[in-house]
Design a protein around this ligand. Structure first.
Ligand code: SAH
Length: 448
């Protein structure tokens, strides 16, 4: 295996296509805000240090605190200087202003996040054996979850939360999909693929390194087979339901494994209800609702490709197509149309794409969340249920609940929270990396 090579955040998230749709909407509305540009060149550069010295990142005085709390990111504003002449992806020691060792981290001069920590242990070498240990550890944690009874899919590696910043690996049967989102993980990409091949023996490792966030890291998009050959059709079987996964062109790595438990909950809530599933993608929540005995399910998504797979999934699972209706539309507009038509529902699911990748987008995102949730509250019959989600790393659980409370207030309804929801257990959250808790959801019951 190769020696040292490395590369950015990888707050795992809802991708891109939806996100872009949302941004376009906002732009069309003429409300452009200070969005972070996808131009790494504008990254503030720390002072170049002593080029002849050993490569090293030296922090400004008093800027070591977050690292001492084991948060794995070094922001460019905290860096006093970079010694030596390191390349993007190289592993460097990070030192405080007095020269004390803090961590080994992957360097990226093109990112706002100048370095991402691999290890806090000065004696640890960042080499193939290191990646073997980290990957072993992550795989063992998944085995302990005994997911195989529930699902042929699992998130095997959850980036920062598994001690591997920028690296996401999702499994769909014997296909692995790898998403490389940092200069460090990019540097070690082949080593990581070798280890995954050896440990998991998949038929294929497919690389989907084409998320928007790669641009913020100064990395080119990449999409293709890394090892083996891509099977003609990839599917995931979840709680007995079969879903086709388009690993090459679908969103994210092809499927939203994070919602597995929440989809199963939907099945238990759907009996006898008229359901509206907004942002349905390939029909995840819709199929569970149908199997759970929903009277009808109207599913809306902006992506025609996703809806075509959703209809195939419905047929593959022999579910009653007469209870299902699919609509290709912008949810923001569709909800208004349903309101104007006087339609009502007993159960509404809102699982939008990521509106706020970072806290800087929170205000604009909050307007988007409030808008769709307010409309949903208005479409619900008394006693109806709203399952509402946010996968925005930039919106905390607390803020999300406040936004929903504001929406209910403006809609003139009383509502109770009956479930607080998160991503499934194969998406662990490191205690020192709260950004890993990106997915939050509430199930609410509106008053009669
Ligand atoms: N609930 C799904 C995942 C939803 S991902 C599941 O369990 O699998 C978010 C979805 O929102 C994507 O399918 C994307 O195509 C869709 N989307 C993004 N912006 C949209 C918009 N403005 N209107 C409708 N759908 C949109």
């Amino acid at each position: 295996m190769t020696s040292q090579k490395p590369r950015s955040p990888s707050t795992p998230h809802r991708p891109s296509q939806g996100n872009r749709d949302f941004r376009n909407r906002i732009k069309r509305g003429g409300k452009q805000s200070g969005e972070q540009k996808n131009t790494p060149r504008s990254t503030p550069q720390p002072l170049a240090g002593n080029a002849a010295a050993q490569p090293c990142i030296i922090l400004k005085a008093e800027r070591e605190k977050s690292l001492l709390r084991r948060h794995p990111w070094v922001f460019s504003g905290a860096v006093e200087r970079v010694d030596g002449a390191p390349h993007s992806g190289d592993t460097l020691p990070v030192r405080d202003a007095a020269g004390n060792f803090l961590a080994w981290a992957a360097y990226n001069p093109d990112s706002q996040i100048t370095a991402r920590v691999w290890s806090w242990d000065e004696s640890e070498s960042i080499d193939a054996a290191f990646f073997c240990r980290r990957i072993d550890y992550a795989l063992a944690a998944r085995r302990e979850l005994k997911l195989a009874d529930k699902s042929s899919g699992a998130r095997l590696i959850h980036a920062e939360s598994d001690g591997l910043p920028g690296l996401v690996v999702d499994q769909y049967g014997d296909t692995l999909v790898m998403q490389v989102g940092s200069a460090g993980a990019e540097h070690w990409r082949d080593t990581i693929a070798d280890i995954l091949q050896e440990q998991c023996k998949p038929a294929c490792i497919y690389e989907r390194s084409d998320s928007d966030s790669r641009g913020l890291e100064g990395l080119e998009p990449r999409n293709g087979v890394l090892r083996g050959a891509l099977p003609e059709s990839v599917e995931v079987v979840e709680h007995g339901l079969r879903f086709r996964v388009d690993v090459a062109a679908g969103q994210k790595t092809g499927f939203y494994l994070d919602q597995r438990d929440n989809r199963a909950l939907t099945e238990t809530l759907a009996a006898g209800r008229n359901v509206l599933n907004c942002f349905c993608y390939t029909g995840g929540f819709s199929l569970y609702a149908l199997r759970g005995g929903a009277k009808s399910v109207l599913s809306i998504d902006a992506s025609g490709d996703a809806l075509r797979i959703a209809e195939q999934n419905l047929a593959t699972n022999n579910l009653d197509a007469t209870r299902a209706e699919w609509q290709e539309a912008d949810v923001f507009q569709a909800l208004r149309k349903l309101r104007d038509q006087g339609r009502t529902f007993d159960f509404i699911i809102l699982d939008p794409p990521k509106f706020a990748p970072t806290a800087a987008f929170a205000e604009k995102a909050a307007r988007g969340y409030k808008d769709i949730n307010l409309l949903a509250f208005k479409l619900l019959r008394p006693g109806g249920l709203l399952a509402t989600y946010s996968c925005s790393g930039g919106i905390s659980e607390d803020l999300f609940q406040k936004i929903i409370a504001g929406a209910a207030l403006d809609a003139g309804v009383d509502a109770q929270i009956i479930h607080h929801l998160h991503a499934s257990a194969d998406h662990p959250v490191s205690l020192s990396f709260p950004e890993g808790a990106y997915l939050k959801g509430l199930v609410l019951r509106v008053g009669g």
